[in-house]
Design a protein around this ligand. Structure first.
Ligand code: PLP
Length: 351
């Protein structure tokens, strides 16, 4: 390990993870050796998981706190698809996603023996309800809506997608893995109460400022999680709903601690700061002649001239492109005004 140090966050521009909040770090350190997968033995962490799920339910306006702290968005999405498949009367074989949905749904389909129907995303980088409706049929187990897309930070028409799913006897899952800690402060109709979605991914280890690993999976109806239940004969507790067995107590404790600290005011302040900074980045990119779509959540996608992205990477910036060839600048809590000024200086030097 000598000489190997983590990356500096001052150059990280395309990550959906960030520097954890100090309360998350302190809580994680205390629970490093606690296994959330064995709640009867590690009772303190089990109580913290209840707190974390209750807070996630409050943030998302869920009818009841139902769900668990996952290893991340991928596990949450896989488990939501599994629950949807198994409650379908004929074991629904397809998942309908927009082409902007996270690749974890491809993993879910592969693991679960399902098929992903990938519907081309509209010109506005959101799911197109008419196109989605045309792909939904009696074999559809779930329609996926995205609340804060990884590519453009866009919010799908979630209520319309939910209606399409329900009309076909399918469930609607909202992937708000990244967007979920910003959406409460927008005008968007996104939460359980406003849209009627059946399940949701919302990850404290992204914009929630928890430590890795802490994702979140929630269900509107607690009985919807029944297909995930497995008996755990050699443990003192009766059953388990998670995909992994041993689970990070550190992630659970950190999620509970940071949400207790930041919900709602701390997250609201960060949303306002990040949106203002994202708008400034977008304006600066447009002033330089780069096509930059409107900012909806704090993620700027900008079309840099050929070769510029690799020049930025050579200069030390950790930056990636969307499938459409846009550079992605995710204005996470660690992305500051000073970082943006430095980025623009590099950009001006290389263009
Ligand atoms: N869903 C969305 C919208 C994401 O942006 C990501 C990751 O960036 C995921 C799911 C997967 O989450 P994880 O990497 O925590 O498994």
């Amino acid at each position: 390990m000598t000489g190997i140090v983590p990356q500096r966050f001052e150059t990280v521009l395309s990550s959906m993870c960030t520097e954890p909040h100090p309360t998350a770090v302190a809580a994680a350190e205390q629970f490093l050796a606690s296994n959330a997968g064995d709640p009867a033995t590690y009772q303190a962490v089990a109580a913290l998981e209840e707190t974390a799920v209750a807070l996630l339910a409050e943030i998302t306006n869920a009818p009841a706190p139902s769900g668990y702290i996952t290893s991340g968005g991928t596990e949450a999405n896989i488990q939501a698809m599994r629950a949807a498949r198994d409650r379908h009367p004929r074991g629904g074989s397809t998942i309908v996603i927009g082409s902007h949905a996270h690749f974890s749904f491809q993993k879910a389909a592969a693991v679960l023996g399902m098929r992903c129907e990938v519907v081309p995303t509209g010109a506005d980088h959101r799911a197109d309800p008419d196109a989605v409706a045309a792909h939904v049929d009696a074999d559809t187990a779930a329609v996926v809506a995205v609340g804060g897309s990884t590519t453009f930070g866009r919010i799908d028409p979630i209520r319309a997608l939910t209606e399409i799913a329900h009309d076909a006897g399918a469930l609607c899952h909202l992937d708000a893995a990244w967007g979920g800690f910003y959406l409460p402060f927008t005008d968007a109709e996104w939460d359980f109460a406003a849209t009627g979605v059946d399940s949701m991914t919302i990850d404290p280890h992204k914009a929630g400022r928890s430590v890795i690993p802490s994702g979140g999976l929630l269900f509107a109806d607690p009985t919807a999680a029944a297909p995930l239940r497995v008996e755990t004969p050699y443990l003192a507790s009766a059953d388990q709903y998670s995909l992994t067995g041993t689970r990070s107590g550190a992630g659970v404790a950190a999620a509970a601690a940071v949400m207790q600290t930041l919900w709602p005011d701390g997250y609201a302040t960060e949303y306002t700061r990040a949106m203002a900074l994202a708008e400034r980045v977008a304006t600066a990119c447009r002033e330089r002649g780069f096509a930059t779509p409107e900012v909806e959540l704090p993620l700027v996608a900008t079309q840099l001239p050929e070769g510029v992205l690799s020049e930025l990477r050579s200069a030390g910036w950790r930056i990636a492109a969307t499938p459409g060839g846009y550079a992605r600048i995710v204005v996470m809590p660690h992305v500051t005004e000073a970082m943006v000024r430095e980025l623009l200086t590099t950009l001006d030097a290389v263009t």
